[in-house]
Design a protein around this ligand. Structure first.
Ligand code: FES
Ligand code: FES
Length: 133
């Protein structure tokens, strides 16, 4: 049912944890199942994401997509991070079963929420970023 990459990121998730004094923190919930994800971003003056950590209270697919999403945003600038969709995360994991696609949305939404938090804290506007629900 799950690809090898999903199993790898589920059993050995990357970047689990918290960042103290993070530049931006985003917490989102999945309305379909009640699961929760929080992402911490450490962003430098040039707008490069130096570090990223996550905590997920959710299913295996949510853990695997969070883990892969953190790998994809690390080292990127804000605009590149904004373009990392749940589809890109799923592709990087060699796909998810259809019933688990909604789980991958958590990671994308949590990254956007953390970027929004960062923008608010620094009184900047990030083009193309919508206010999290
Ligand atoms: Fe909550 Fe998937 S339904 S873990
Ligand atoms: Fe709840 Fe996957 S995030 S079922």
């Amino acid at each position: 049912m799950y690809s090898e990459k999903v199993m790898d990121h589920f059993t050995n998730p990357r970047n689990v944890g918290e960042i103290e004094d993070a530049s931006g923190v985003g917490t989102v919930g999945n309305a379909k199942c009640g699961d929760i994800m929080r992402i911490y971003l450490d962003i430098d003056e040039e707008g490069i994401i130096k570090d990223v950590k996550f905590k997920t209270f959710g299913c295996g697919a949510a853990v695997a997509t969070s883990s892969m999403a953190t790998e994809l945003v690390k080292g990127k600038n804000i605009n590149e991070a904004l373009k990392i969709t749940n589809k890109a995360v799923m592709d990087a994991l060699d796909g998810l079963p259809p019933v688990k696609v909604h789980c991958s949305l958590l990671a994308e939404e949590a990254i956007h929420a953390a970027l929004w938090d960062y923008a608010e804290k620094n009184s900047i506007v990030i083009e193309g970023l919508e206010k999290p629900k």
